[in-house]
Design a protein around this ligand. Structure first.
Ligand SMILES: [Zn+2]
Length: 422
């Protein structure tokens, strides 16, 4: 199975409820496809668990699949009786191919039922951190500054459901939307560092790692060289990803951090580039022995672009979780850092805390997975990497200071370039 790494722009242009008269078809069947009814039932259950019973209102709603235009994913026609909700079949089938399909399907159905059962209209307020305040965001005109994607997962999902049913005070800011960093991210020490500047004293092992990263790939997708930093010029008409494994001493489910400092010249200011980290089914890359593709991996990313926007997501999902504007934080040259604490990720740009959210779901069993990380380069762009770091958390402050850098077991055991499949 293949999927394109950067899916089509996530267009949930959900049309406003129509209030003007339309010729209604009074012979619409009740209910709808079982696949959709499942989410209607779940909606009623979520309402019930919050003390509401909308069974009667749900009787007056019909769900169906159809073909919607202009990138709409769902459409509620409240002029009909029963109220008619149409879900775009192509969109539904597309999101079904990706991780997070159940949540995305739930989101679109619940949003439409927000119109069709709760009589809610679109509202587009934001928290200061950039999260939407309600899953009823939307409208006819998509803002140039903000994508419609809602990070509808984990603790945020519970908030959005409470808000949907009117149980959140709009004056309150839930912890996830705080601009303050609410966890202790101290105690991380760099265990691996590549500076790519040929500093004297770099061990032969580190120089070997740097050279391996700078090897041109056999397919000719990119040119690479070291000249006061690592330069990669992508010739590929797609996203070029560099994937690395850091050795058996790093585990995905342990607290760690990865960091990269780079600048990226892109053809288009909307092109995304950035840092990712996660795990892959093969655990570790062994040169010449096994190959992993992006499909084998669950990789959480923070991408930016030269329009100074930040995108948080997981590469196995249909689209990014959320897009945030970070005009004050993003410079031409940026240090991106992702800290993992108890499977929650904290994202930093040039030292400034930017966002936090739960990791993607795949490959989280036990401690059997090694740590992977890497970076993405958009089509035909040139990236200049100055510094690349992997940190571990030092839990016991009484332990002897650990020698950092270039211990054999902290080496980058393989740096493989992976081109996204189209
Ligand atoms: Zn809507």
């Amino acid at each position: 199975m293949t999927y394109s790494y950067l899916p089509p722009k996530f267009l949930i242009l959900i049309a406003c409820v129509l209030f003007f008269a339309a010729c209604g078809n009074s012979n619409e069947p009740k209910g709808g496809p079982v696949e959709l009814q499942l989410y209607v039932d779940r909606f009623l259950q979520e309402a019930k668990s919050r003390g509401y019973n909308y069974a009667a209102e749900a009787e007056n709603v019909t769900m169906k699949f159809g073909t919607l235009s202009d990138g709409q994913a769902g459409y509620t026609d409240a002029t009909k009786s029963p109220v008619l909700i149409t879900i775009d079949k192509l969109y539904w089938d597309n999101i079904g191919k990706f991780d997070g399909a159940d949540l995305m399907k739930e989101f679109i159905v619940f949003h439409e039922l927000g119109h069709g059962i709760l009589n809610r209209s679109h509202e587009n307020p934001l928290f200061d951190n950039g999260d939407w305040k309600t899953m009823m965001r939307g409208g006819d005109v998509q803002s140039d500054e903000k994508e419609w994607n809602v990070n509808y997962r984990g603790e945020r999902r519970n908030y959005y459901l409470n808000e949907l049913f009117g149980l959140e005070d709009s004056k309150n800011t839930p912890p996830f939307a705080s601009l303050e960093l609410l966890n202790d991210t101290s105690g991380f020490e760099p265990k691996y560092r590549l500076k790519f500047d040929g500093v004297e004293g770099d061990s032969p092992a580190l120089q070997e790692d740097a050279n391996r990263l700078a090897q041109n790939d056999a397919m000719g997708y990119a040119e690479k060289w070291i000249d006061n930093g690592l330069h990669i010029k992508s010739n590929y008409k797609g996203v070029y990803n560099v994937l690395a494994s850091v050795g058996s001493n790093f585990r995905r489910n342990e607290d760690y951090a990865v960091e990269i400092t780079f600048e990226c010249a892109t053809e288009n200011n909307n092109d995304q580039f950035g840092l990712f980290t996660g795990s892959c089914v093969n655990d570790e890359l062994v040169p010449g022995k096994n190959i992993v593709t992006l499909e084998d991996c669950s990789l959480d990313f923070m991408h930016i672009n030269n329009n100074k926007k930040l995108y948080i997501g997981n590469k196995r999902w249909y689209s990014f979780y959320i897009q945030l504007n970070r005009k004050d934080d993003i410079k031409n040259k940026n240090t991106l850092k992702i800290i993992n604490i108890s499977n929650k990720l904290y994202y930093f740009i040039n030292g400034a805390y930017s966002y936090s959210t739960e990791i993607g779901n795949a490959h989280q069993k036990g401690d059997g997975f090694g740590l992977f990380f890497g970076f993405s380069i958009p089509s035909c762009a040139t990236i200049h990497v100055n510094d690349l770091l992997v940190y571990k958390r030092i839990n016991n402050s009484n332990s002897a200071p650990q020698q950092v850098y270039a211990q054999t077991d902290h080496r980058l055991i393989f740096a493989g370039s992976q081109v996204s499949d189209k």
